[in-house]
Design a protein around this ligand. Sequence first.
Ligand SMILES: [Zn+2]
Ligand SMILES: [Zn+2]
Length: 164
Amino acid sequence: MRDLERYALECMEELDRLNIKYSPNISFVINTRAKARFGLCERIGNSYVIEISQLLLDERVDEKKGLKSTIMHELLHTCRGCMKHTGRWAELAKTVNEAYGYNIKRATNPTERGIPEELQIPAKYLVQCDECGALIPRQRMSALIKQPEKYRCAKCGGRLTRIK
Ligand SMILES: [Zn+2]
Ligand SMILES: [Zn+2]
């Protein structure tokens, strides 16, 4: 398993080189249960907790598209005025993508993150939240799978798209 702290430090050094100011008070936590969400950034008072799914620490996952792009996505949320995926966050994501060739986006599907098929959620159908990236797996055809646009993400209220 990869060392999350090491990769987090690498990402922070890369942001330093671009003079992008992330929060000095960040703790990193490995989420061992989340399989349907890759990263999460929570603000608690003046500090931040970044949760990274253990799945991304697997050696088979693409280091750059999977692990480091996710860490960068969450680190940028700790910059001033960057809790949303628009405005300043989107500008900084573009800057970092251009400087280092990352693929930082609002939400990405498992394949875009370089997660091999065998590590992905075994589901016949998959719906994803455009906003927070949460994945909703289903084994059977249902109203949600047929018309995801009629539903909203239970976690954040974002729009849903069928990706499989
Ligand atoms: Zn985000
Ligand atoms: Zn959501």
